[in-house]
Design a protein around this ligand. Structure first.
Ligand code: URP
Ligand code: ZN
Ligand code: ZN
Ligand code: ZN
Length: 483
């Protein structure tokens, strides 16, 4: 059975043109004028774009004594309803646990995924077993490794461990990722705030100032540079971190930065709300920042010094957040956003003139597919690519309301935002998943996307590292030791 999307304008990261898109067996098979098929979908007045890819989600994640509330079923359904057709989640081994055993546990969570997905593997401890298993993880198509520089006593790794792991990534042609915050300093600041009686959700923000993120970002960049690996910095939230990335890139380093839609549009005043629940629901790391930082992130997307917009979707119910009443360090860290990322970025970015439509596609899909080495299978509208497509109606309107969302939690941090620009149709590998407000997502349709190591950037970096490696000087005369 064939499908065709007709009468629309295709928008990709580098082109905008009028054409129809023909789909068969889950792939794009033709792009051109006046195509016909068994089933036809009308895209009049719409843009046909590559489906969004969210490179940063935590579905059903064990964290801070609980599990994040959205699983692969509700999470990917939420994603699809907002135009995101693939998520990349994190497999988190407990300290001491085999990476392969953890991967088995994460595989078991995905049977009801409605969209395609992939994984990053977290390095939460270091040893010979981790060193060896990293190669097997890469063989399974997981070619990116996450390092938490925060969450001391839980997920955090130190510089020694990061150096060893980044070096291993360079050898394997993999990509290291970092959550960049100085976990030691966060722990000290948190203890001080609590001792002074500062125990509300606003203290979470005080405990993680931008300097703490900037320092860690610089440190991770330095370590990646020493071993000759690229680096991907997740949830870049402030000018200090952006500045580090920008400077590194200007020096020729292969460093990528990922602002979240939350940090682009929500600010620190949320934590000063008199309602404890309101503030606690917005507790995430790094915290929301002020307008100057937001302007820096938008500028980074415009200038190309930041490449990707993600969500870090890690949702907790109000009940779960209340674990931290009286002690902000116990509030589970994380916010949702999977359903909202694309329409909020369109409304606040494209509709304001801050981003072009092509830049929108780049930062929500194509750049991610390229950085994670799955382009053009994903992130592209070309013959042979997966038919992960969103037909975007720039006139469709909605006001964000938790009561209508796909996520299982009882609130939405974007509540009340008025959107203009929403999907008319969303296809996941050719299957219709969303038709305006109708959800046709099919649990179990989603497949794991394996990725190849040794992306072009890795190959170039290791070649340059080899050419510029320290070499012993062969001398013509060596003086006697004087003994
Ligand atoms: O607060 C956050 N970001 N929660 C999810 C885990 C992480 O740090 O990414
Ligand atoms: Zn026809
Ligand atoms: Zn993080
Ligand atoms: Zn995260």
């Amino acid at each position: 059975m064939t499908k065709v999307i007709r009468n629309g304008t295709i928008v990709t990261a580098d082109r905008t043109w009028k054409a129809d898109v023909l789909v068969q067996h889950g792939k794009i098979v033709a792009i051109g004028e006046n195509l016909h098929a068994d089933h036809e979908f009308d895209a009049t007045g719409c843009y046909i774009m590559p489906g969004g890819i969210d490179p940063h989600t935590h579905l059903e994640m064990p964290f801070m004594g609980t599990y994040s509330a959205d699983d692969f079923e509700s999470g990917t359904r939420a994603a699809l309803s907002g135009g995101t057709t693939m998520v990349v989640d994190f497999c988190l081994p407990s300290p001491g646990q085999s990476l392969l055993e953890a991967l088995q546990m994460w595989d078991n969570k995905t049977s009801k995924a409605c969209s395609d997905y992939s994984f990053h593997m977290a390095i939460t401890w270091w040893g010979e077993q981790v060193f060896n298993e990293m190669a097997q993880v890469v063989d399974k198509g997981i070619t990116s490794f996450k390092h938490f520089m925060a969450y001391k006593g839980a997920l955090m790794v130190d510089d020694d461990e990061m150096y060893s792991s980044f070096k291993r990534c360079a050898e394997l042609g993999a990509l290291p990722l970092v959550h960049a915050e100085n976990g030691d300093v966060v722990a000290q600041l948190s203890a001080k705030l609590l001792a002074e009686g500062n125990n509300g959700p606003e203290a979470h923000a005080y405990s993680r100032p931008p300097e703490v993120e900037g320092e860690a970002t610089n440190r991770a960049i330095m370590i990646a540079d020493m071993v000759g690996s690229p680096l991907y910095v997740v949830h870049t939230s402030c000018e200090q971190a952006h500045e580090a990335i920008r400077r590194a890139r200007q020096k020729g380093m292969r460093v990528y930065g990922e602002p979240l839609i939350q940090h682009l549009v929500l600010d620190e005043t949320e934590y000063f709300n008199k309602d404890w629940d309101h503030a606690a629901r917005r507790v995430m790391s790094p915290p929301f920042r002020n307008k100057l930082h937001q302007d820096s992130l938008w500028a980074g997307l415009q200038a190309g010094s930041l490449q990707v917009v993600a969500t870090d979707h890690c949702s907790f119910t109000t009940q779960q957040k209340r674990t931290g009443v009286g002690n902000f360090t116990k509030i589970p860290n994380g916010t949702g956003g999977l359903e909202d990322r694309m329409p909020v970025l369109w409304t606040k970015g494209v509709n304001t003139g801050r981003l072009t439509m092509n830049e929108f596609v780049a930062v929500t899909s194509t750049n991610i597919a390229k950085i994670l080495n799955m382009y053009p299978k994903k992130g592209a509208i070309v013959e042979g690519a997966d038919a992960d497509l969103v037909v975007w109606d720039p006139k469709r309107k909605k006001t964000i309301a938790a009561k209508h969302q796909q996520s299982v939690i009882d609130y939405n941090v974007f509540e009340g935002i008025e959107l203009t620009g929403l999907p008319r149709f969303v296809f996941t590998r050719g299957e219709l998943a969303i038709q305006e407000h109708e959800i046709k997502a099919n649990p179990g349709h989603g497949e794991f996307v394996a990725r190849e190591p040794h992306a072009a950037v890795n190959r170039a970096l290791s070649q340059w590292k080899e050419i510029t490696a320290p070499r012993k000087v062969e001398r013509t005369g060596i003086p006697a030791t004087g003994v």
